[in-house]
Design a protein around this ligand. Structure first.
Ligand code: URA
Length: 252
């Protein structure tokens, strides 16, 4: 691929815009940490190897990624929608290159893998790989997701037992059960779910006579936020991605 084509795939604008950025000297090309000596070569090479390629585009550092797989620590007060109602969109927390990556599908840029409510915080995956999004969102995939729940009323052993045994929600004849549930404080519990029904945690807690006051998704499979600050994102590492791809994730 030509340099302009590569930049295009990374979301830096149309091929023409990318060619213009290169012409104006606004693109630095790096490989494995060092400045590539001859940017003119990179510009004219008909088939530049993308492996290990990094750019600086108008001051923005960017590592080449054939596909985007990122983890966002979602803050409260953001909607997981491109067209949010009352709250800003989570997509505004991402750099424009991730939002504008060209995509074969109709929708441009990365998309959230499932949704978190506006007031829910924590781990949210986003990708431009439609198959990956589909597979991870599928009820058959069963990736365990760990939610830290703060309740309005004290949690008791009966509630925990009911959450583990299964509760009936209005949109499903079959009871839905938590894969794991542990009380972690008077008002707090850790709940692991392998499905992703609409408002599932809130509806499950309501079904056992409690109410969710705070909800944080701490882990997806064995992927946790580590020290990622609220509102920040990072690329997934190759082993993290492999775990999610194969479904070989530790139970949360
Ligand atoms: N369950 C909910 O009720 N809300 C979320 O955001 C996620 C899971």
């Amino acid at each position: 691929m030509h340099l302009a084509d590569i930049l295009f795939t990374q979301g830096f604008g149309t091929r023409r815009v990318c060619a213009g950025l290169i012409e104006q000297g606004l693109v630095g090309v790096y490989r494995d940490g060092s400045v590539q000596a001859d940017v003119a070569y990179a510009q004219s090479a008909p088939d530049l190897q993308t492996e290990g390629l990094r750019f600086q585009v108008q001051g923005v550092d960017w590592a080449y990624h054939a596909r985007a797989y990122v983890l966002l620590n979602k803050p409260a007060g953001y909607e997981c929608s491109h067209k949010p109602g009352a709250w800003p969109s989570v997509y505004t927390l991402l750099p424009s290159a991730l939002r504008l990556r060209p995509n074969k599908n109709a929708i441009q840029g990365v998309q959230a893998v499932g949704r978190l409510d506006q007031d829910t915080t924590g781990a949210l995956l986003l990708s431009d790989d439609g198959q990956f999004i589909h597979r991870l969102s599928s009820p058959k995939h069963h990736v365990p997701k760990l939610y830290q729940v703060i309740c309005k009323h004290p949690v008791d052993a009966t509630q925990v037992a009911k959450l583990l045994d299964g509760v009936v929600l209005d949109d499903s004849p079959k009871p839905v059960r938590a894969a794991a549930c542990a009380q972690t404080g008077e008002l707090a519990l850790d709940l692991t779910l392998t499905e992703g029904k609409y408002h599932q945690v809130k509806r499950m807690l309501a079904a056992v006579g409690n109410r969710v006051e705070g909800l944080h998704r701490a882990r997806i499979g064995s992927l946790d936020l580590g020290g990622l600050p609220s509102g920040q994102w990072r690329w997934l590492s190759a082993p993290e991605l492999a775990m999610l791809h194969t479904g070989q994730v530790a139970q949360g």
